[in-house]
Design a protein around this ligand. Structure first.
Ligand SMILES: Cc1ncc(COP(=O)(O)O)c(C=O)c1O
Ligand SMILES: [Zn+2]
Length: 411
């Protein structure tokens, strides 16, 4: 039997607005209309069957046909992907629906950003770039820095000065240089664009943008595979720039078009923090255009992006699929973190608290029915944002080291 070569089926990049197709080169946006570019693949050549995919090593790279790296030898792999999908029995009972948790906090650097970072840094190597970087609210910084370390590349991070110290320390540990900008994420992002232009640095979410987002599609492929090649009814997605939600939308369409799963209208829901909810605000008004927010103010700093680059496209996906957008206040975010930890033993950063609190609201308002299946994306660990849940005095008991002392304490 002839062995089929396992490689990317990437054909080129297609403009989301005017449809112009470009060869798969170093282009960031459509040169005709400045629209975003999405990779297109030679789907007719997709010949791998489900059993073979299941047998491949448990990594995001098992879906190489649908990822944009042409030279396999350039892949930078520190073990991202194939994180557990867990049936959340206690949380399901508590909230009154059938819930699964995709625990992406278990990626190598503790967030789903290892997926796009792995793809982007691999692309940088393919292009022969020696300097990479990222504009980040913290998680992409660490993910890019870790992959750059593995590939022996220089790495520069642009992040708001208010980014959690845990995320910055982690980024520095991988050997990257952190440039902390006194301002918002959007301001840090603007400077990173200039650095990409003027200094030639490969800023992964700027220079490599059309390719980078492809890594996030693997979250949807994995959910389908882990459910036994089925799609859930709903996915709740913590949303900042909107790149993740839009990538999931494309991945679900690909799974259906390739015949890997049966057709189903999966409702994608955008979960935002009330202190930075440009997409949810537009959704409430049934608008098709996002109005940027100047000064985000929420404990969910990881998803505090006031001017989301894929915002309008997220709105389109929500309207098309019948999904909703929610804006969650900080108290509910903390409550979400706590119930996930106490009921399922999973500790998340605020972005995951937003997901849980959003699911609660969607179940309460009848959007998610008791008999439907929902996947909650827990996109990062809580270990990087410890300062948010400082223990109160009545939670911690201090004693001298004797059993008499212990017996004296009212537990
Ligand atoms: C933990 C976490 N979840 C979700 C997101 C949202 O991703 P996106 O910007 O693709 O909407 C981010 C973005 O930084 C994040 O850090
Ligand atoms: Zn165009």
């Amino acid at each position: 039997m002839q062995r089929i070569e396992v490689k990317s089926l990437l054909l080129g990049l297609k403009c989301r607005v005017c449809g112009t197709v470009y060869p798969p080169r170093k282009v960031q946006i459509c040169m005709r209309c400045f629209g975003p570019l999405d990779p297109v693949y030679d789907y007719d050549k997709f010949e791998v069957n489900k059993r073979e995919i299941e047998r491949r090593p448990k990594s995001l790279w098992k879906y190489i046909e649908l990822l944009p790296i042409l030279d396999r030898s350039k892949i930078v792999d520190i073990g991202a992907g194939f994180t557990p999908l867990i049936k959340a029995e206690r949380l399901s009972k508590y909230l009154g629906s059938s819930l699964y948790i995709k625990n992406d906090g278990l990626n190598p650097t503790g967030s789903f950003k290892d997926r796009p970072a792995s793809v982007a840094v691999s692309k940088a190597i393919e292009w022969g770039d020696r300097v990479v970087g990222a504009a980040s609210t913290g998680n992409l910084a660490a993910a890019t820095a870790a992959h750059a370390a593995k590939a022996n590349l220089e790495c520069y991070i642009f992040a708001p000065a208010s980014t959690e110290i845990g995320k910055i320390s982690q980024t520095l540990a991988y050997g990257a240089k952190a440039i902390l900008v006194e301002g918002t994420y959007d301001e840090a992002n603007r400077i990173s664009h200039v650095a990409s232009e003027e200094l030639g640095w490969n800023i992964v979410n700027v220079t490599t943008r059309p390719y980078y987002v492809e890594g996030s599609k693997t979250l949807a492929y994995e959910v389908a595979e882990q459910l036994g090649w089925r799609l859930p009814d709903h996915i709740v997605v913590p949303t900042a720039s909107g790149a993740l939600l839009h990538a999931l939308h494309r991945a679900i369409n690909e799974l259906i078009d390739l015949g890997l799963v049966e057709k189903k209208n999966v409702k994608l829901h955008a979960a935002q923090a009330a202190g930075c909810a440009p997409i949810a605000n537009a959704f409430m008004k049934r608008s098709t255009k996002v109005e940027p927010i100047e000064n985000p103010n929420t404990i969910a700093k990881g998803i505090a992006i006031g001017d989301p680059s894929d915002g309008d496209y997220v709105l389109k996906v929500l309207y098309e699929r019948g999904g909703k957008a929610t804006a969650i206040p900080d108290e509910e975010i903390i409550e979400g973190i706590k119930i996930l930890a106490k009921l399922e033993g999973i500790f998340t950063e605020p972005a995951g608290g937003v997901t849980v609190a959003s699911a609660k609201r969607l179940i309460e308002d009848g959007t998610i029915k008791p008999d439907e299946e929902t996947v909650l994306l827990i996109t990062a660990t809580g270990l990087k944002t410890m300062e948010l849940i400082e223990p109160s005095r009545d939670q911690v008991i201090k004693i001298r080291p004797s059993i008499e002392e212990l017996l004296k304490v009212k537990l």
